[in-house]
Design a binder for this molecule. Structure first.
Ligand SMILES: C[S@@+](CC[C@H](N)C(=O)[O-])C[C@H]1O[C@@H](n2cnc3c(N)ncnc32)[C@H](O)[C@@H]1O
Length: 245
């Protein structure tokens, strides 16, 4: 199939072929998808990176964006950095488990460093307390990055830094269970004093729903999309070494 005749339905069929059985399988899927990824996400109106970046920037209060160190986790082809650079951010380190996707991110020329790591299996390759902003878009889901990764995101942020997490509300029991587990972990980390919530945003339009039957004409515009959620946290400021008296 040539790219010129590729349709949204072709992309949705491809997405449904991603079993999500394991993150290793998901990485193989993304390695294959990398060839047409940038064109394909436009066809399905993938709005996740806009959703995450817009919400982050709405709450970003630091004045010198050009000095901010951003860790873009599950950076894929670099969609998040492309949007952030338009808004004045300059320093990006990207992490992803797919070499094919990292090759696309490298082509943007926006990242100071790109690191290959399968999150959940390998540790997040990022310095503790190293980044003003840590962002992950499109990878917190069953068969992608496990919930445990959110602690690593928090570790990588500087005290007072922001952690922004955007994800789609995909259908099915594994996705619902993942969301429950994720929100429990986010709350637990708040109770532990690791961070505090800055805000949460829900959107009706994260991307077109691959499960919808293209033959069904009565679908409304809204029904064609799955929703998405962005969680934004600020890491607590506290000494990393406890002083005993
Ligand atoms: C939907 S893309 C999102 C890319 C980018 N954040 C964006 O919004 O444009 C999901 C990305 O997450 C990566 N990913 C998923 N699970 C991962 C894991 N366990 N470890 C590392 N990367 C993972 C995939 O390789 C892919 O590049």
């Amino acid at each position: 199939m040539s790219d010129s005749v590729r349709t949204a339905d072709d992309v949705k069929t491809l997405l449904l072929s991603c079993t999500g059985d394991s993150s290793q399988e998901t990485m193989k899927f993304y390695d294959r998808w990398a060839q047409t990824y940038n064109q394909d996400v436009k066809l399905i109106n993938y709005a996740a990176s806009h959703l995450g970046v817009d919400f982050l920037i709405d709450h970003f209060t630091g004045s010198r964006r050009e000095d901010v160190q951003v860790l873009d986790v599950a950076c894929g082809s670099g969609g998040v950095a492309k949007l952030m650079v338009e808004r004045g951010f300059r320093h990006f380190v990207g992490v992803d488990g797919s070499g094919g996707m990292l090759a696309l991110a490298a082509q943007t020329g926006l990242y100071q460093d790109l690191r290959l790591a399968l999150l959940g299996t390998q540790p997040l390759p990022a310095q503790t307390d190293g980044f003003d902003v840590v962002i992950i878009v499109g990878a917190l889901d069953a068969g992608f990055a496990p919930v445990s990764v959110v602690r690593e995101l928090c570790h990588a942020a500087k005290p007072g830094g922001l952690v922004c997490m955007a994800r789609g509300e995909h259908r099915g029991a594994p996705a619902r269970k993942y969301k429950e587990d994720l929100e429990r972990e986010l709350d637990l980390m708040e109770e532990e004093g690791l961070w505090r919530p800055v805000g949460i945003k829900q959107s009706d339009r994260y991307m077109e729903d691959p499960h919808l039957n293209p033959e069904r004409e009565e679908d409304t515009e809204e029904e064609r999309f799955i929703g998405g959620t962005v969680y934004l946290y600020r890491k607590s400021i506290r000494p990393s070494v406890q002083i005993s008296h």
